[in-house]
Design a protein around this ligand. Structure first.
Ligand code: ATP
Length: 202
């Protein structure tokens, strides 16, 4: 099945775009959601994390203490690499597993850090949602009430707009209103349906 990798910087509009694809009946497999599910109590990935980082990353109830883990990797780049070496392969394997079970002309792999994690090979095409940083900042401020300085720090850890766009097969420019965004997604949907048809019936 044709797999479209949906990516973009913080607040660019990825979730909104994913929601429109879903409304069009297209399955969305979300890397962040899967990452959350994989670290539920009793899951092997959580056990691996606890073995690697110690019981300090678990709450008394045996759940992942996200704050403790975040603090740990924030101060230690090697710990961050170890965390990624556990999480990324597990998330990507689960995404592939879920995609194999789906019957649809194509599906969306929503991977916010697709470029940063070098996971281009997972998908057939890369769809980037882009807008100026100013707009990203305003949207996240409005949505989450975060400090501008914190949003800027997050932006600085992500790929630049240029780096992302350089790898895009398809681009959504999310600078207009929601109806303009919907139109762009509907047009892409038609293209992807055509591509999928051609792949399956060359
Ligand atoms: P994150 O990386 O933080 O998960 P995201 O890329 O998934 O963000 P969204 O949550 O889809 O971004 O959008 C950020 C905010 O901007 C949301 O509150 C959303 O409703 C709003 N938004 C996105 N696109 C538009 C638009 N075209 N017009 C108005 N509001 C928009």
């Amino acid at each position: 099945m044709l797999k479209i990798g949906l990516t973009g910087g913080i607040g660019s509009g990825k979730s909104t775009v994913a929601g429109i694809f879903q409304q069009l009946g297209i399955p969305v497999i979300d890397a962040d959601e899967i990452a959350h599910e994989l670290v539920e109590p009793g899951k092997p990935v959580l056990e691996k994390l606890a073995a690697e980082f110690g019981p300090g990353i678990l709450t008394h109830g045996g759940e992942l203490d996200r704050k403790a883990l975040r603090n740990l990797v924030f101060h230690d780049p090697r710990a961050k690499s170890k965390l990624e070496a556990i999480m990324h392969p597990a998330v990507f394997a689960e995404m592939k597993r879920q995609a194999e079970k789906i019957q649809a002309p194509y599906c969306i792999f929503a991977i916010p850090l697709l470029i940063e994690t070098d996971s281009q090979a997972l998908v057939d095409r890369i769809l980037v949602v882009d807008c100026p940083e100013r707009l990203q900042i305003e949207r996240v401020k409005e949505r989450d009430g975060l400090d501008e300085s914190l949003i800027k720090r997050i932006l600085a850890t992500q790929a630049t707009r240029q780096e992302r766009i350089a790898q895009a097969h398809d681009l959504i420019v999310n600078t207009g209103d929601l109806s303009l965004l919907e139109k762009q997604v509907r047009d892409l949907h038609q293209n992807y349906l055509n591509l999928s048809r051609r792949r399956n019936d060359p």
